[in-house]
Design a protein around this ligand. Sequence first.
Ligand code: ATP
Ligand code: MG
Length: 976
Amino acid sequence: MFLKRIELQGFKSFADKSVISFDSDVIGIVGPNGCGKSNINDAIRWVLGEQSVKSLRGNSMSDVIFNGSTQRKPVNMAEVTLVFDNSKHVLNVEYEEVEVTRRLHRQSGEGEYFINRTPCRLKDILNLVMDTGLGRDSLSIISQGNISAFADAKPEERRALFEEAAGVAKYKKRKNESLGKLNRTQDNLSRLEDIIVELERQVNPLKRQAKKAEVYKEKKAELEKVEISVLVDEIEKLNKEIEALKQKAFDLETKKAMCETTIAVEDTKNSELRSEMYQLDREINKLQERFAKLTEDSRVLEARKIEMDEKRKYAIEFANSAEKAKELKAMMEEAHYEYEDRKKRAQSLETDLALYKEQSANLEHDISYCTQETAQANAILNRLQNRKDVLENLARQPFNHQQAVKSILDANLNGILGVVSQIFKPRANYETAISNALGGAMYHIVSKDEASARHAIGFLKKNKSGRATFLPLTVIKPRAMNNEHRILAENSKGFLGVASDFVENEERFCDLRDSLLGNVVIVDQLINANEIAKVLRYQYKIVTLDGDIVNRGGSMTGGQGKNNTTPLTIQKELTSLLQSLDGQLLKVEGLQSQLSSLQARKDRVSSDIVQLQISLAQLDPIVKAKWAKYERLKTDYEQIAPKDEEMQQELMDDDIVVRLSRLHSEIDEISSQMKSKRERRMKAGSEVERKDTQIRQLRRDLNILQNDEREVEVQQAKAETRLETALERLSSTYEMTFTYAQEQKVEMDMEEARKKVAILRQEISSLGNVNLDAPQEYAEISERFEFLSKQKEDLLKAKDKILSAIDEMDEIMIKQFTEMFEKINSELNDVFRSLFGGGKARLFMVDPEDVLNTGIDIDVQPPGKTVQNIRLFSGGEKSLIAICVLFSILKARTMPLCIFDEVEAALDQANVERFAKYISKFRGESQFIVVTHRPGTMAQCDALYGVTMQQNGVSQLLKVKLQDAIHMIDKEEVKA
Ligand code: ATP
Ligand code: MG
């Protein structure tokens, strides 16, 4: 006896506490319809954990609580207790006796479970009966009318019965748990894989970034090493350069001082010369006076001589011969004296003449040379003057050739601010570079905004005045060199700056300036322009001071036209032209004054020559006449005077002849003195002129020296700025003093090093944005990645374990299920033959390949009939077949308890008897509680319990004898 006792209270019709104690294996429960028999069946299933309200024949769980009758009030609680003998340990618990209780409160709807009066969970109850054959899917408890359900069930529904019989429920449960675990594991795995994929997505770029950061650091360190040396070298060179420039400035200063001194000296000399000229003028005047007096004296003496000569002629005619001879002799001597004197004078005149002629020829030559020079200088002057006119014209109207620009400017439209070339003023010496940096944009017109530009274009259209480009200030965006590029450029040879640094403009045009010139680089010469263009990767327009261009992309523009004048260069050209014009004018003036002084000298020499020639011409006959006079007087004297009587008489000093001749030589002396003083005066005059020219030249030299000095000062300032920049870079970037940096300097080829710096900078800038934290981040993320990968591995291992556990369970289930199935199947035929009196029946798996899920079907062949499926049989046959299967199961494995609620109702008398007898065979192994109306069944029971219900609607129990039971049925039948 497995089930020892049932206690019911408040359950369905059992309002009062009722106890059924079982003392034998086959117990029948009898009673009239509606007395409460099936309620006992319900009670047992209820305690064993039935949750289906429908299978308990109610609408809600509270329907199991007694709900009153005409004479009884409803109760508030249902309680049923089953007491099992567990000495064979059928139930999954240690106890020898197990008392299972279920309670339900109407008010709270709360259910309570107890095992051996200890509260427990429903789950514990279900565990208790698991795989005992008492499960809800087993055939061991069959409710009223349910017997045919087995036959009508789908093969898949039928399967549960066999599982229950095979006792695989716990494996199935564990498998389900494992599957749940598997699912969770899979979920975790998926989540982990998502994270890992995400990390992988991050890890590769980070790895690259980290690599990049390493490269960046390396290059930066290398750059530092090289650049420090380069900077030190540059600083040293700059120091030297500044030293040299200072020296140059000093030299220039010295030269300037020398020049100034020379000017002062020459000035002094000039004023000395001027006072000498004044002195000479005065002396010449005095000589002239003296000359006039002597000439007068000589005239008086001449007259006295003529008078004396007349007296002598008279004496000779009328005196004696001695007297005569004496007179003749005196006259003869006088004549001879005069002749000698005149001859000497003539000779001296001739010498002078020859000298003057030679002078005249020399002057002639000088004049013709100077004339030629002057003509040439004049031609140049004319050319310069013409150019000056042209430039002045251009300066007044720079846009004469830009029709559209001119008409816009003339029209004086609103919102037109000017032409680019008017707005920006290039710094000195950068005019050509800026012109070429601007290019065509020089003639673009700047407007306040787009509307004014539109208006101006409309104006041009209306007047057909040509086309122009407008720059509305409101939309212009400044451009600038990238900082890295700027540093690269600054460190390149020949770099002078960015074009925008070299113009002056009003504040409001700064953006425009940067837009047009902010990314144009100015360098000294073309070869350096090419070099810098390369360093800057041909991303900037580069213009040289001469106006040659290396365009973006590398194309080159250059050359020289007849004149490359632009509005921006006019002023500079004009200034330098005016300077040349000045110089040329000076030169022409100098040449002209030189020429006129030469001419004047030549004129004077010519007139002197004429004067000399006249004097000579006058003197010549006098010499001859004197000689003739002397000859004649000598002949006359020799006729009267004896030869021995030599003339002893000497001419006296006060002789008129002597005085006259002295006078003449004095006059000659004075005139020659005058001549020489005049000469001296003239020389001084031209000396003064020469010195004036020289002083002017010196002053110009001084001017140039001053300019040079300023230029040197500018260069020095530039070098000092560069020095400051280099020092600043040392201190701000590398935090080093120059002295310290000098110690760090490494000997290397500086040209190479400079290139290396440029290359490194370029390489660093081409790295773009560098994330310096990347190596750290990469390390962190890869650590995380590894950690998660490890976790993933663990999860995969766990998954494998679960899968293999499931496989193992599957294997066990398949084995147990198949074994049990075969066992039941092999029993079935016997059971069938004994219940049907022949024929055969066979259970088969619908899908033998899938033992774990296959449905179970039955083919049956009753005696004399063909093989048919169970569903095609009659109700009674279906019941009987189901009972056959049930008995086969009971034979295959022992079930501790079977409760049948009128399972044999549809059977005929003979079959009932066979059924009842078959039950008896299991006596001792299984306990049967059979609700029945059939005497055949009752007859096979060891004990019978009668259930009655009096008028009050409450079921009552009592043990009855077989006869009483049959009597009870008969009474019912009589009632019916
Ligand atoms: P039959 O021979 O016709 O199968 P039976 O003896 O099996 O009859 P049951 O089905 O066990 O009868 O009992 C049905 C009776 O129980 C009905 O009369 C019904 O009124 C009564 N009943 C069911 N639930 C309750 C309840 N909660 N409170 C009171 N009476 C109930
Ligand atoms: Mg019933």
